[in-house]
Each structure stands twice: as C-alpha cells, then as structure tokens.
Design a protein around this ligand. Sequence first.
Ligand SMILES: NC(=O)c1ccc[n+]([C@@H]2O[C@H](COP(=O)([O-])OP(=O)(O)OC[C@H]3O[C@@H](n4cnc5c(N)ncnc54)[C@H](O)[C@@H]3O)[C@@H](O)[C@H]2O)c1
Ligand SMILES: O=CCCC(=O)O
Length: 506
Amino acid sequence: MWRHLNTITTRTSSISRMRSLSALVQSKALVNGNWIDASGSATFEVRNPSSGEVIGHVPNMNVSDAQDAINAAKQAYESKEWRSLTAKDRSNLLKKWHKLIEQHTQEIAEIMTAESGKPINESKGEVAYGNAFVEWFAEEARRIYGEIIPSPVANREIIVMKQPIGVAALITPWNFPLAMITRKAGAALAAGCTVVVKPSEDTPLTALAVAKLAEEAGIPGGVINVVTTNKAAPIGDLFCKSPDVRGISFTGSTEVGKLLFRNSADGIKRVCLELGGNAPFIVFDSANVEKAVEGAMASKFRNCGQTCVSANRFFVQDGVYEKFVSQLKERVEALKIGDGQSCDVQIGPLINQMQFKKVSGFVEDARSKKANVITGGKPLPSIGPLFYAPTIITDVPPTAQLYTEEVFGPVVSIIRFKDEPEAIQKANDTRRGLAGYFYSENLQQVFRVAKRLEVGMVGVNEGMISAAEAPFGGVKESGVGREGSKHGIDDYVDIKYICMGNLKYD
Ligand SMILES: NC(=O)c1ccc[n+]([C@@H]2O[C@H](COP(=O)([O-])OP(=O)(O)OC[C@H]3O[C@@H](n4cnc5c(N)ncnc54)[C@H](O)[C@@H]3O)[C@@H](O)[C@H]2O)c1
Ligand SMILES: O=CCCC(=O)O
C-alpha cells in the first residue's frame, strides 16, 4: 500500500478542523464526576506538532488538585454505587464505553492526529486497537475466577478469591494517547478498581475525550479521574507516596519508570512498568526477504518510529544483505511525509523539539563514527520544524547511540552479521528487552532463536505483534508486569486466601 506514494504534502491548518470538532474536545479536567479547572485556573497549551499551532488549553493541575482526584477515586471505590456492582454490571458499563468509542472513532482520531501528529489512518487504527482493550476487559471482568484448593487437613477448605486493589494511578505517554490509557483503565475497572489518569502533557485532549465517553457510558463519577498537568514530577511523587494509591501503572521512559519504582518502594505498592525498548530485527539468510522488508516497514515506521516496540537495530546476514537493503531503500524513499490530517500521509512529525534533537543528534553521532547514511539523514524544515526524513544508516558501530539507545524516530540502523550466534549475541547486547523480531523460514532456527532472544515479545516473520488478547510487556529494564490478555488483570487484584475450618460434613 505504501509503495506507490512518493510525494510530500504541504502543511494544512488544523485549527479550523479542531473548531469543527464535536463536544469531545474538552478544556477541563475530570475529578469526581465534575469537569473542573486547575487551582488558580492555571492552564497550559496543547500544540499540533505538524504546524506548531495551539489547538487547546487544558488545566495545569498541581499536587493539591491531584490529591483531590485521589480522594475522589478513593471515595468512589468505597461507595455503594461502585462496590455493589457485579462483575457483569462492570462488564456492561465497559461494553457501553466500548460502543461509544467505536461510534466516535473519526472524532477521536482527528483529535489524536491534531495533538500527536500521527497520520489519520494510524489514529483510526489506534482507536480500534485501544478500544479492543475496553472490549477485551469487558469480557474478562466476568472471568476473574478464584479457586478452591484441596485441603491437607480434614474438615477444612482452602478458598482463594481475587479482590480489587483499590485506587490505581495510571501515567501514560503521548505516542499512543488512547491505547495506553484503555489498556490500563479497562483492566482496572474490570477488576473493580477506580483510577486517576495522568496523561502526557503533549496529548491530554484524547484522554479527556475518552473520559467524556466513559461518563456518557454511565461509569459513575470518581471512578475515572483525569488530571492534566505539565508538572508531572510532583504529581508522580504524590502517587508514589500516597497510602490511598494502591497501585501505579506507568508507560513511558525507562528513566522515569526507575524513579517511580524507587519512590513506590516505601509504600510497597503494586507497580506495573511498560518502559522503553531497543528491539532487534534480525534477517537471516533463510528469510523470505520480501516479507522481511514488509515487516521492517510496518514495525519501524509505525507512528514515525515513535513506538516502544519499533525495530531499533536491524541485523542482516551476509547472504541477503544487499537484497534487503536495496529493497528497503526503495520503500523508504517512497514514503509520503506531511501533516497527518491528509489521508495519504504515512509519516508525520516528531512529537516535540526534545525528541527532534534526540533523533537528529543520534544520526549525527553515527555519522561521526563512520556509519553510512544511504538515504535521509536530515531534517525537513520545508514541511515543518519537527519533520525528519525517513533514514537508513548502515555499518552502525556498537559505540553509536543509534545502537545503544532507543531512537524513537524514523531511522533504520543496519548492522551486518555472519552467523546465528553472532546475531543472537548482538541482539541481546542491551539492557532493554521489550520486543524482538526475526525472519527465517527454517523451523529449527525459528524455535532456537525465539527461545534465546532476551525480550518479552517476539515477532517471527511478523512486524506487528500487538493485540488485546496477547500479553504485552518486557524483561530486563523494559519493565515489569503484563498488559492486555488475561494477565492484564493481575496488577489490579489482590489474591485473598480464606481458610474455612471446623466444617461439619457428616
Ligand atoms: N513499554 C511500553 O508499552 C511503552 C509504550 C509507550 C511508550 N513507551 C516508552 O515511553 C518513552 C516515550 O514516552 P515519553 O517521552 O512520554 O516518556 P516519559 O517517561 O517522558 O513520559 C511518560 C509519562 O510520564 C510522565 N512523567 C514524566 N516525568 C515524570 C515523573 N518524574 N513522575 C511521574 N510522571 C512523569 C509524563 O508526563 C508522561 O505522562 C519511550 O522510551 C517509549 O519506549 C513504552
Ligand atoms: O509504544 C508502545 C505501545 C505500542 C503497542 O501497544 O503496540
């Protein structure tokens, strides 16, 4: 589908489009079922990264506002209105939320594209993907089973039940402004928890839009609270220290994840961390190269490479190296770049100046270390200040930042290898372990390599691995816990053992 596209679009104004959007564009935060301003009516701007235009203002909440949200979530958790609901009632509420999100796909996608720069077709894809978590957890709500275990003592029963942990704080990033919220909130609500969501400062509008739909679905006030702020650190600290927050689920950078993990230690909180990756993408001589190129495009250029599971280091074996690189180059040069509002755009901007500097700095670092830029490798100021050309760099040395760090941008780094042990050693030569990919048509090799990659998720002959049904998460410094799948509930429930003694059976 991407092959035939090769022009660059011009910037179009997003503000007129945002004005025409429905009531889903919110300029207030949600606490205790009320749409409110921050203390002192402080606000911060939300900008469209494609054009730089200001597309909204949202409350810039402080620690005391966040404390109000925690109090509201606690009160809602303890309220009869929420506690008395059966699993089926919660499931039905989630189903209603799911339906409303589905019905508002276009509007949410437009909001998402305006604040994140994501191409509109990808935004619609994210609404469907993120909403699949709401549907999945609506179904799972009714399957949070306990156990009865055969007792070693006569006249006794061992009963195990799962109960909600209480209030959960959810901190989410900008790159998947909807899915990273629903993957957490869907599970939390299914389990019977209440939540305080702190979305990224770059993409609060999508979060507020889905919260509005949760309200319309009839989810009681205080069950979902949304705290918008551009002062994340003190609020993160409050979440870690507050005894009323029983769990923290964070998706974002490894650096911030480590901080939250450390700060949560005192309160022995449940912590789920979905952090950065450094995914290897291995193409063996045994691969179908056409499929590998297809998978590389899908994995690397999803959301302009700003995806935690995007392939980061490409290892290509001698025998297929030239073919893979030349086919990939042709595809990369055909990508259409521009404002994501145009339906045919495939590559949008980087999210902000900090990311832009990081990506261009990594490319310059690799260049200075004798890597070869075979296409791209430059900013595209004629489209906008945050656009960077889709890039391929070969002969990237292990000392380059492109090799050691997660690039989070449209840059393919290619490293040549001779044999399987070398590929595995290099793939695992990182402290991250989120996703890994490889292409091979050799069954023995498929099982060998899948077992040896030190990652939480493996794509074999596949570049797009995410699904609500599958456990998402990493090993090493890529995180702890799993989201999605039946395991996604685990972080939001406590296991309680009830020993029933002195029973009379005869
Ligand atoms: N594993 C996953 O599922 C996954 C998914 C998406 C993104 N990520 C990772 O996230 C990173 C990019 O996202 P980002 O730049 O938004 O990450 P980030 O860590 O800077 O920000 C993530 C969230 O944390 C908040 N935050 C920042 N500092 C904080 C602090 N001191 N205390 C509490 N909250 C704080 C931000 O406001 C934002 O809401 C990449 O490394 C990417 O791989 C991982
Ligand atoms: O960026 C990380 C999340 C992407 C995904 O869920 O596939």
